[in-house]
Design a protein around this ligand. Structure first.
Ligand code: UDP
Ligand code: MG
Length: 312
């Protein structure tokens, strides 16, 4: 059986040597299987590409795909899946935060235990900023509430899949990719394997708090329409309460004859409603923007160079 390992690399010059070392150890421990390492250079500005070329020259199992600029990890994963040839395909980070030592167990799950994919989740988030972990946990809670797609807290993109699973993923050529949701959306039988968080071997994380927040919004917009329902409901609620409010004022005017006083309350209510309206238009805009990007049907990535023979 052959296994393809896809590694998205964005400025990973410092961690790739460690990664390759681990890859070699892994392949030695699973010597009955043949391996293919597909490294996707996602527009790195450091020496990542030249290092990959060196590796490819020395080791025929190493393939590289190099993008014309940074297209993001999701695009890199998609490209890797398209070019992969193995019977089984794994996605792994270059920074060794996805322990290669778990792969034999994952392989056992898909080959012997009858699962279609083996996925990993980290059960701790040690070494991560507290506030980031807190938001992440809240995000998963919220997503599971508002979306039918199953999202597992702490799930990594690190997983091993069979061909059936990969083909299903490739069929979804959408532009706004949120892999964690797509993995759940395609269904099939998945085994979850847990591990303790591991810190990066070298280099720095590419995710700032803001980029994670935007990614979370992407995820919500891609997998749930609940925000639209919420904005509609809030419109109904406010419209209805304004009717009651009007009736109360008219009643007071007729029965007690007291004139309506107070500009302060009027201004604050106007501001509140204005704010809610803008918020709801913003939600609408998010969906519209995604539809707009989707409608352009732009390619997910542009390939600059590669040593892969197989066309996707
Ligand atoms: N990555 C990528 N393109 C990007 C950002 C990240 O290919 O635009 C890769 C990166 O090289 C690494 C993986 O995605 O192999 C995970 O990135 P990182 O370790 O920065 O994320 P974290 O583990 O902190 O979530
Ligand atoms: Mg990482």
């Amino acid at each position: 059986m052959s296994i393809s390992i896809i590694v998205p690399c964005f400025n990973e010059e410092s961690s790739l040597p460690y990664f390759y070392q681990e890859f070699q150890k892994l392949t030695e421990s699973m010597c009955q299987e043949s391996f293919e390492l597909i490294c996707v250079n996602d527009g790195s500005s450091d020496g990542t590409l030249s290092y990959l070329k060196e590796l490819a020259a020395a080791d025929s199992r190493v393939k590289y795909l190099s993008f014309s600029r940074n297209f993001g990890k999701e695009a890199a994963i998609y490209a890797g899946l398209q070019y992969s040839q193995g019977d089984y395909v794994a996605i792994m980070d270059a920074d060794l935060q996805d322990p290669p030592s778990l792969l034999p167990e994952m392989y056992h799950a898909v080959t012997v235990e009858g699962y279609d994919s083996a996925a990993t989740r980290r059960v701790s988030r040690k070494g991560e900023p507290k506030i980031r972990s807190w938001f992440a946990r809240k995000f998963y809670r919220l997503m599971n509430r508002i979306s039918k797609t199953d999202l597992v807290d702490g799930a990594r993109d690190y997983r091993l899949m069979n061909r059936k699973f990969v083909s299903a993923l490739l069929e979804m050529g959408e532009y706004n990719r949120f892999s964690k949701g797509l993995f759940g959306w395609v269904g099939f039988k998945t085994k979850w394997i847990e591990f303790e968080n591991v810190e990066r071997v070298a280099g720095e994380t590419k995710w700032s708090f803001w980029s994670l927040l935007l990614y979370a919004i992407d995820g919500i917009v891609a997998f749930s329409t609940a925000p639209l329902v919420i904005s509609t409901l809030s419109g109904v609620l406010f419209g209805f309460s304004s009717l009651i409010f009007m009736a109360v004022i008219i009643f007071r005017r007729i029965v007690f004859g007291d004139p309506v006083a107070g500009w302060a309350s009027t201004v604050s209510i106007t501001l509140l409603l204005g704010g809610i309206q803008l918020f709801c238009i913003g939600i609408l805009g998010q969906y519209l923007a995604k539809t707009y990007l989707e409608a352009k049907r732009r390619p997910l990535y542009i390939l600059d160079e590669t040593n892969c023979e197989k066309e996707p």
